[in-house]
Design a protein around this ligand. Sequence first.
Ligand code: NAP
Length: 555
Amino acid sequence: MAVVKSDPKAEGTPQAFDVLVVGAGVGGLYALYRLRQLGYRVRVIEAADNVGGTWYWNRYPGCRCDVESMEYSYSFSDELQQEWHWPERYGTQPEILKYINHVADHFDLRRDIQFNTRIRAARFDEAANRWIVTTDRGEAVTARFCVMATGNLSTPRVPAFKGIERFKGRTYHTGLWPKEGVDFTAQRLAVIGTGSSGVQMIPIVAKQAKHLFVFQRTANFSLPAMHAPLDPAKERQHKATYAERRRAAYDTPFGIAGYPPPTKQALQATPEEREADYQRKWNEGGSISFLYSYTDLLTNKEANDTASEFVRGKIRATVRDPKVAEALCPKDHPIGTKRLILDSDYYETYNRDNVTLVDIRNNPIETITEKGIRLANGEEYEVDAIAFATGFDAMTGALKDIDIEGRGGRNLRQHWQDGPRTYLGLMIAGFPNLFTVTGPQSPGVKSQMILACEHHVDFIAACLQWLDRRGLARIDASDEAEAKWVAHNLQVADSTLYPLANSWYMGANIPGKPRVFMPYVGGVQNYRKKLDEVVAKDYEGFVVGGKVRQAAAAE
Ligand code: NAP
């Protein structure tokens, strides 16, 4: 293989690498492992002081994965998947972080990771076919390729509430939770936001706080996770069939095997059959399994209404105060069109005497005061602490935070001003040799994220080898291929109910963000076929060119 290696020492400053990976989360770590194994000189730059990405930052109480732990893990090493023991059905944040640290240690990854460093800018040098990247430490690094493993939910966002700086108590964001943890015992606590993070945290902090006020703008659908210790028989059986399960996962819509796909439309069943089916899925726990009740829950509003109403019925049956129950019943979006949440005792928590639901849908937060939170109607809630569970500038935030300049001075923020544009969620036209791991318009956030990362990194690794075998220095997505892929994504999304929800998938949670549906929802199985076809046709839709120059000569 004709890998052209850069020797960082020989070149002094700026340091030169074959591949610069941004981010040491699940995607970045695998990129390092895979590309290093192929002989590339790789450097990972990471803002945090350790590995883990999303699992490093999101340390809020109750944080857990909503994909089962036997699925939510790397598949690249059979030794790893056989030796690792997951204690519970769904991994907790500490357990998953422990696993990621184990991977970093076991595969000796840390030596190529520079921690506590943020990328500020990246510029493509067209003559040299190299990226020149500058960091917040004032260093410059160059690399033939950039792999942006920057995450989809990595830019935490606190809304610009008036008066926020006046608040005398402590404030927290779920995505920037203090490492040492927080004990809310004897405190009056406000949680703002009832997405996955808020819903997971609320039952736990309700047990600590003197009083908990939950500020809810939009009610969300949540199902019981039915957490349990992992059944040893299930673990043994899973481990015995890991390889085939991993393969099978690529042929499923969400990249997760083991859930029998539905065969029937919801309205083909009688109301009694539907009730029984939903109840069975409810008892099993799991969002995919529930959405797999019928074939058309995400495409037919009338079908979806039956599932939505089933869950609303559960909320009404659980929450004792009928007014509170009604406020907790989501009515503005079909179930599953926002991330379907898994919880432990979320609705039950509103039966506690020390918990108050503050419905701010029609009475928004007017200002944060020295002592707490005041609503538009003048009501004020005095609290000692505020936890913002207000989400992220999802999917595009991390990349737009970096000043990225591609071919002919093309600027990423401008290129994406009307919403993200990518080819396959892997490359952006005009930004040669820069790959995005689980970028917008790929199934990433709508699938098992570790599988999505491995899929992309494997694609990138194969692509670099293909280029090197041909002595080619540059690969770029064509504008035409990108435009077609963006249009295809929107067309696929429009054939579903997803665009009906004001979700972060739509950019709807960030004021001023373009309203464009960002993930690819055509299913992992179709996406995998598409990538296979593109490769089989010698990277159809990509433009390749340039001759590889020796790195030293390129500086
Ligand atoms: P989110 O789903 O975006 O939820 C943010 C919440 O904050 C929403 O309830 C939102 O209300 C509210 N909010 C935002 N701005 C507000 C404002 N100005 N005033 C009042 N309320 C405001 O964020 P998240 O809960 O952090 O979850 C993000 C994603 O991370 C999830 O969808 C999921 O994909 C992932 N996640 C996964 C897990 C898991 O695996 N179990 C756990 C946590 C997160 P509106 O809905 O009205 O905008």
